[in-house]
Write a protein that binds this ligand. Structure first.
Ligand SMILES: NC(=O)c1ccc[n+]([C@@H]2O[C@H](COP(=O)([O-])OP(=O)(O)OC[C@H]3O[C@@H](n4cnc5c(N)ncnc54)[C@H](OP(=O)(O)O)[C@@H]3O)[C@@H](O)[C@H]2O)c1
Length: 296
């Protein structure tokens, strides 16, 4: 089914709703904003690069001249930026969903965040964890109806007994670092759904394989040739960014959906329209996760 047909048929009117999307200037975050705006919602784009964010906003406004779009500066690889987010959100009384989408894949070796965490795990998971922690008071006050966490199909390869060993040290496989970051997001999302029960809903998603800028991010060490080949592969076998972003959109709007996990339906869950299932985690895995989190 085409993206436009799906949106028409399966995404309800979102008039009066407000969605906050991190990493909204490109790829899935941008596409999700496009769908929210097309259904009448307002969006807040939380981006680390304001020039890129302004350009993305201008493109969206060309499509939706009456669209309500705000931009806030947000760098998920910088604790100081994360800690300043709650004050930037004070003026919004209620946000229907916070979509924690920002992420990177395969940056160069031995790169670290400003706070000394290995760049992939530090950005994708630790930054996300610090963001939720920074927003705890606002979550408790009921500001967010829902949190959406974006994991990945490769989270299967990210299981570890000691996640903390990936926090500060470079691990020789950057794929493993990415998989660990996405596995931690999945487990943390499941933990949050019970930890924040009664304060906000929590949903999870993975977008399958989507044709985006993920293999060509700012810190990538992939050669131009590899980036080109990667993009062609994603384009050939995966979904368009618009279609994959429907998993994020459904995770944000479908109701009731506490603990819902949204992912593409077809071809080994790599592409297609969203499908939903329920997930749960064993007590043993919760305990292991919490032990790793105690290192942060
Ligand atoms: N594409 C896929 O096949 C796929 C599959 C599974 C999961 N995902 C996940 O989907 C999410 C979106 O990725 P995408 O495919 O849409 O890639 P993308 O086009 O590269 O978009 C990633 C977004 O995250 C932003 N970002 C990166 N680091 C950030 C930071 N430190 N602070 C704030 N924003 C930051 C990027 O901003 P800049 O433009 O400034 O870099 C960009 O807006 C990621 O979490 C990714 O892991 C993607």
């Amino acid at each position: 089914m085409k993206y436009s047909v799906y949106v028409e048929k399966y995404v309800p009117s979102l008039e009066g709703k407000l969605y906050l999307v991190t990493g909204a200037n490109s790829g899935l975050g941008y596409s999700a904003c496009k769908t929210f705006l097309s259904k009448g919602a307002a969006v807040i784009m939380a981006c680390r690069n304001l020039t890129k964010a302004d350009k993305a906003k201008a493109k969206l406004l060309e499509m939706f001249p009456n669209g309500k779009i705000d931009i806030v500066h947000f760098d998920q690889a910088d604790k100081a930026s994360i800690d300043s987010l709650p004050s930037k959100l004070e003026k919004y009384e209620h946000i229907d969903a916070l979509i924690l989408n920002a992420g990177i894949f395969h940056p160069g070796k031995n790169l670290f965040t400003k706070d000394g965490y290995s760049l992939t795990v530090g950005t994708n998971f630790i930054g996300l964890y610090f963001t939720v922690e920074a927003l705890r008071n606002q979550i408790k006050e009921g500001k967010f109806k829902r949190l959406v966490l974006v994991s990945s199909l490769v989270s299967h390869f990210g299981r570890s007994r000691h996640y903390e060993k990936y926090f500060k040290k470079y691990h020789r496989s950057s794929f493993k670092q990415y998989a660990v970051s996405k596995r931690m997001i999945l487990e943390y999302g499941l933990y949050l759904s019970s930890d924040l029960y009664g304060q906000t809903e929590v949903t999870l998603c993975h977008p399958g394989l989507a044709s985006t800028n993920i293999v060509g991010g700012e810190a990538t060490t992939f050669s131009k040739r590899f980036q080109h080949a990667g993009k062609r592969f994603m384009h050939r076998f995966g979904n368009s960014a618009d279609k994959s972003s429907l998993c994020l959109v459904q995770a944000a709007v479908k109701s009731p959906a506490n603990l819902g996990y949204f992912y593409p339906k077809h071809f080994f869950h790599i592409r297609g329209i969203p499908k939903e299932k329920r997930l749960h985690l064993s007590e043993k895995k919760y305990a292991r996760l919490l032990k790793s989190l105690s290192h942060l």
